[in-house]
Design a protein around this ligand. Structure first.
Ligand SMILES: Cc1cc2nc3c(=O)[nH]c(=O)nc-3n(C[C@H](O)[C@H](O)[C@H](O)COP(=O)(O)OP(=O)(O)OC[C@H]3O[C@@H](n4cnc5c(N)ncnc54)[C@H](O)[C@@H]3O)c2cc1C
Ligand code: FES
Length: 279
């Protein structure tokens, strides 16, 4: 069991929690994740380690409320306990490049931020591009600005920053002569797919953080399998970072939606229970 030490709503659908998990905090590296169960009957869900404080034993998670488990997690308050919190899992991100463009989409910015921070600490030139649907969904802007020499905010509807997609901003920077050793894209699958399509003609190494459905997180169930460069890889132990130009996105998109009917059923169930509790 781990205790929630702080809870903060970053926007109407994204929550930050700081939990006391000293063993995870001791070993976590940017790019790694944990798997939690809210209670002993709950399902296991993976969430990225958004930050850690080794001295205080704190681990930060930032999650978007998208379905039954993230809703249940969001109902916990400061001082409450999360039943299981296993990690760190997965491979740390490779932060050896000297000049990087880090592209974050939506809640993907929470996964991108620790990577951007690490590059910055190592003295790399970091350019940050973040994209959101609209102004009210923007998260972690100041944190990104603090580590990025160049920072571009994009919104789909133009309500904040520049109107357009993250790929528009990335292409503009590349066409203006910026030479990146690596582009790192973290966000919805479709966004990562189009970032890879944008960098391919320029032959820029492009890394994506894959987020397939995971169960055990230790390479045993096969649930998180992807095809990368024609080979089967498990995101939980081989990733979650992969060479984006080698990822079979069509397969990943199709596998990612397999459980949609079950997820919406679980989601409806939670709402009904809540209604009964409220009576
Ligand atoms: C390595 C990794 C790191 C992640 N880090 C973050 C993060 O830092 N913040 C964040 O908001 N989200 C993150 N996710 C996604 C997060 O795990 C899902 O949003 C969460 O599991 C949704 O569960 P739910 O029951 O609330 O929603 P559901 O309604 O069950 O599902 C909504 C969507 O979430 C995804 N999902 C559901 N169950 C799982 C599962 N067991 N494993 C993976 N994806 C699932 C599917 O795409 C699904 O369509 C990460 C996923 C992976 C694989
Ligand atoms: S989650 Fe089971 S093999 Fe990766």
């Amino acid at each position: 069991m781990v205790q929630i030490m702080r809870k903060q709503a970053l926007n109407p659908t994204v929550t930050l929690m700081e939990v006391y998990a000293p063993l995870v905090a001791k070993k976590a590296q940017p790019g790694q994740f944990i798997i939690l169960r809210v209670d002993v009957e709950g399902e296991r869900i993976p969430l990225t380690v958004a930050d850690y404080d080794r001295q205080k034993g704190l681990v930060t998670i930032i999650f978007q409320i998208v379905g039954a488990t993230t809703e249940k997690l969001n109902r916990l308050k400061t001082g409450d306990y999360i039943a299981d919190f296993a990690g760190p899992l997965g491979q740390p991100s490779d932060c050896s490049a000297k000049k990087v463009a880090i592209v974050g989409g939506g809640v993907g910015c929470a996964i991108a931020l620790p990577v951007a921070k690490r590059f910055h600490e190592l003295g790399a030139a970091v350019h940050g591009i973040t994209g959101f649907r609209s102004r009210d969904l923007v998260i972690l802007e100041n944190e990104f600005r603090a580590v990025a020499g160049t920072f571009v905010m994009m919104t789909d509807d133009g309500s904040y920053g520049t109107k357009g997609l993250v790929t528009d901003a990335l292409k503009k920077l590349i066409d203006a002569g910026e030479k990146y050793d690596e582009v790192i894209a973290i966000g919805p699958l479709v966004m990562m797919k189009f970032v890879c399509a944008a960098t391919k003609p320029y032959n820029i190494k492009t890394t994506v953080s894959m987020n397939p459905i995971m169960i055990d997180g230790t390479g045993m169930c096969g649930c998180c399998r992807l095809t990368v460069g024609g080979k089967t890889r498990f995101a939980c132990v081989d990733g979650p970072d992969f060479d984006g130009h080698q990822v079979d996105f069509a397969e990943a998109l199709s596998r990612g939606s397999i459980y949609k009917p079950f997820e919406s059923k679980a989601h409806r169930g939670v709402c009904n229970l809540l209604k009964q509790e409220a009576k």
